[in-house]
Ligand binder design. Sequence first.
Ligand SMILES: Cc1cc2nc3c(=O)[nH]c(=O)nc-3n(C[C@H](O)[C@H](O)[C@H](O)COP(=O)(O)OP(=O)(O)OC[C@H]3O[C@@H](n4cnc5c(N)ncnc54)[C@H](O)[C@@H]3O)c2cc1C
Length: 398
Amino acid sequence: MRETTDILISGGGVAGLTAAAAFGSAGFRVVCVDPTPPVTRIEDEGADLRTTAFLQPSIPVLQAAGLWDRLAPHAAPLQIMRIIDAGGEYPDPRIVKDFDAADISDQPFGWNLPNWLLRREMVARLADLPDVSFRAGLATTALLTREAEAIATLSDGTRIAARMVIAADGRNSAMREALEIPVKTTRYGQKALAFAVTHPIPHRNVSTEIHRSGGPFTLVPLPDRDGMPCSAIVWMETGPNAERLAALPVAEFEAEMNTRSCHILGPLTLVSRRSLWPIISQIAERMAGERTALMAEAAHVVPPIGAQGLNMSLADLRVLLDLAEADRDAIGSAAMLATYHRKRHWEVQARVTGIDALNRASMMGAQGLRDLRATALNALYSVAPVRKTLMRAGLGVR
Ligand SMILES: Cc1cc2nc3c(=O)[nH]c(=O)nc-3n(C[C@H](O)[C@H](O)[C@H](O)COP(=O)(O)OP(=O)(O)OC[C@H]3O[C@@H](n4cnc5c(N)ncnc54)[C@H](O)[C@@H]3O)c2cc1C
């Protein structure tokens, strides 16, 4: 069987679903496929327990996709980013620096939402869009491109001819591999544990990154849970240590996480399962191939520091959508995709390089290096223009 569409999206993760909603809202015909049906309830096996902090520039993209009104009621604002260095001899905060969104804007830095809830709201939005067909349970298995169209084969044998394919099929993207676009991968031997906690001390919309060794321990605000203040945690550690922590009985795990959190929000209580995520950096050599745009983790993967990953993906989407709307007949053309590559690749490269450096600084084990890191944090923070530039750069605004 052969079908035609304007846009075929390979991958219905958070990035692919947002792209489907955005292009569907803009009046394009969209088919989006994913072999794994999205898990939309927190209690179900396979629920994505991570959260995503959407930074300011991502909100207009979510609005254009008709998603923000659905998401906003569930979001926790991030007003302050607190960086703590606890890299001294004992795991106590020795430097605490607050980056306040009020210094650069009248809005919070961003808003945090659980990933399983994002999928629930995104799938519901797609059901409202007559020109979008979301097909869970199907993978793309082959891609043939020529100047005028791309033809993708699905796992049920269907062939779909599209003017543009969007590869949003993750770090091992089948579409990227079909186009033979090489990637550069950096492995850190690190894993991230993601889980949720409640705590007696309110977070007051402060997101906190605590650096000691092994990688950052980050607490991101969530709305209250059962009347208790609640946060999402991403705890990065060397691989074997992360696996050991994930397997510990709850009481022992809580004892270790309380030491690592420096007790800043009082005793933390684990209120979710613990999920483990391998940490890499990766960048594709090109953001596009013939009739195909790479976006999100198919194009770039970064360690979860400073809430950059999905926000970079929505920046990809913003550029693609602007180009498509500026010249609707030219979607997927060589000229459009060359512009997309040019507008996105240098920025993606800069962010991958910057986050790699931050991650390496946070992993440092040797005391002398940790002391240097603390000195650098002090120096960067104390110069107000540098501090504000760093905040704007983190957000992706000028
Ligand atoms: C612990 C952790 C915390 C994070 N926190 C943040 C944060 O606060 N803010 C932020 O911006 N980012 C964050 N990120 C990054 C963010 O989660 C990722 O950028 C994002 O989830 C990746 O989205 P994606 O859709 O590209 O990839 P994925 O979520 O991997 O989606 C890819 C999809 O493609 C599908 N697929 C695979 N093969 C095929 C095929 N052949 N055909 C069709 N579909 C296919 C898969 O089933 C999957 O559903 C975090 C990451 C981690 C690990």
